[in-house]
Design a protein around this ligand. Structure first.
Ligand code: GLU
Length: 495
């Protein structure tokens, strides 16, 4: 029987989840789902000083919004818990003791002052390796006792081999070799009993049965340490896949100053989660050199870690918007209505009344082809959800027309619309197109005046559809209103 694939996403709760983290989470999730594996969330909170309140909740909310699910985690539990590192301290302490007992680690009592001085001296000398000098490696029993009695709390350092190489065959970066002599004896357990990232990560990946470690390439430099830890414990290594970074268009690290860097900012800008998932999946991965639009199911079917690129990806907001527009067009009526309702619930648009579900459904076909983001919908359909529209003579009167002609056009339209049997898009179009000819004006002139009268907007969805959505009664009263405005601005009018 083949082993079940198990992957983890291991965020540190230190702030708002950003694009880079979530893209890495998505790659692991796609791989786990494709291989019917398990996916879990593990909170790496061993750096208690950097913990921020609400960060775990924000992370889970972001993952859930973008469409990820997990089988095990701090909120849902599971067979390999707890899923928060600060609740697993005994495990790391036992592991550190095991390393000490087997000679792979030792207690170090060096003070921060000594370590500081050591670094300065190494820098001044121009040493090619800056790091711990092994001062506490072979302490005599009496010296150790002296330290213990003085109450200096020790750290536990892992003893890196002095020579040889640590090697790893990474799924994405291929064969990697690191000279062990360039790595110092690193801290595995801190003096407060908390592990460092290295110890916690290796111990947890082992105990949680992780088969594939997917993480950002900034962790490549940890590889030799992790390789040596696995070997000291006598544990089989999981597979590793280090992910390329996501850069800003100016090729620097993507950050807040390039616009939104946190995931939820994109929700607030009207990006659909399935579009963001699609876009993020393409930041460093491709199926071929053509296919760009993927549903989440298609991504799961197509994704493979070995097609992730080594090269860093560049974030391109225009492409995200384009892809979002494509996903909006692909959405069926219910999906788009649901997305707009949620978006308007959160963004409080400038409508006179919050539209009910039925009203939202009616405007969906009007806007579907015209949106890049959900934000673009509000100005387009404001006229539907406003009790009144304000319109001025200049807007109503089209080029090469006077006030009088415009009044005549609007009156004819009003009368025609009032007497239509069915007030639907087709009947409205069949009425108005020939009417322009009868009135000896251009279709564009008639429709332009009518658009201004009923929407008050320069840009609106197609006018025939707009009239249908607005309904006969509202359309007629707005036309009437416009005629009054025109009459009052005629020479000798009441204004
Ligand atoms: N806690 C690390 C981070 O937030 C995770 C690294 C890993 O996945 O091993 O980047």
């Amino acid at each position: 029987m083949t082993k079940q694939v198990r992957l983890r996403f291991a965020p540190s709760p230190t702030g708002n989840p950003h694009i880079g983290n979530i893209r890495t989470a998505i790659f692991g999730w796609l791989f786990a789902r494709k291989h019917d594996g398990a996916y879990m969330i593990r909170v790496e909170d061993t750096d208690q000083g950097r913990r921020t309140d609400g960060a775990v909740e924000a992370m889970l909310e972001s993952l859930d919004w973008v469409g990820l699910d997990w089988d095990e985690g701090p909120d849902v539990g599971g067979s390999h818990g707890p899923y928060v590192q600060s609740e697993r301290l005994d495990l790391y302490n036992d592991a550190a003791q095991l390393l000490i007992d087997s000679g792979y680690a030792y207690r170090c009592y060096c003070s921060p002052e000594r370590l500081n001085q050591l670094r300065l001296t190494q820098q001044e000398r121009g040493d090619d390796t800056i790091g711990y000098d092994g001062h506490c490696l072979d302490l005599s029993d009496s010296k150790r006792r002296e330290y213990e009695e003085s109450g200096t709390p020790p750290v536990v350092r892992f003893r890196m081999p002095l020579d040889g190489k640590s090697t790893l065959d990474d799924i994405i970066f291929g064969h990697l070799e690191f000279e062990n002599r360039l790595y110092d004896d690193f801290v595995a357990l801190k003096s407060d009993g908390f592990p460092t990232y290295h110890l916690a990560s290796v111990v947890d990946d082992h105990h949680m049965g992780i088969t594939h470690v997917t993480r950002g390439k900034e962790w490549l430099s940890s590889v030799p340490r992790h390789v040596q830890l696995y070997s000291a414990f006598g544990w089989e290594k999981p597979e590793f896949a280090h992910m390329p970074m996501i850069l800003a268009p100016d090729k620097t690290k993507l950050s807040k100053r390039h616009g939104a860097a946190s995931l939820m900012d994109y929700r607030d800008m009207g990006v659909l989660p399935e579009a963001l998932m699609n876009y993020l999946a393409l930041l460093g991965w491709s199926l071929d050199d053509r296919t760009e639009i993927f549903t989440t199911e298609e991504l799961i079917r197509s994704f493979e870690l070995n097609r992730v690129s080594k090269s860093d990806a560049v974030f391109d907001r225009n492409k995200l918007d384009w892809l979002n527009g494509q996903h909006i067009r692909l959405s069926d009526d219910n999906r788009l209505a649901d997305a707009l309702t949620k978006f308007w619930d959160d963004s409080a648009p400038d409508f006179d009344e919050a539209p009910c579900d039925e009203q939202v459904s009616r405007v969906v076909p009007l806007v579907r082809e015209r949106l890049k983001t959900l934000q673009d919908a509000e100005p387009l359909v404001k006229f539907v959800f406003s009790n009144t529209v304000s319109v001025e003579t200049d807007q109503l009167v089209q080029r090469r027309m006077g006030i009088k002609d415009t009044i005549a056009v609007l009156e004819a339209a009003r009368d025609g619309l009032a007497s239509l049997d069915k007030f639907d898009t087709q009947s409205i179009e069949d009425l108005l197109r020939p009417m322009a000819k009868d009135l000896d004006v251009k279709v564009g002139q008639l429709l332009g005046s009518l658009r201004a009268a009923v929407t008050g907007q320069k840009v609106s969805p197609p006018i025939f559809e707009s009239l249908e959505v607005l309904g006969r009664e509202t359309s007629l009263s707005r036309i009437e209103e416009a005629i009054t405005v025109l009459k009052s601005s005629e020479p000798g009018g009441s204004e």
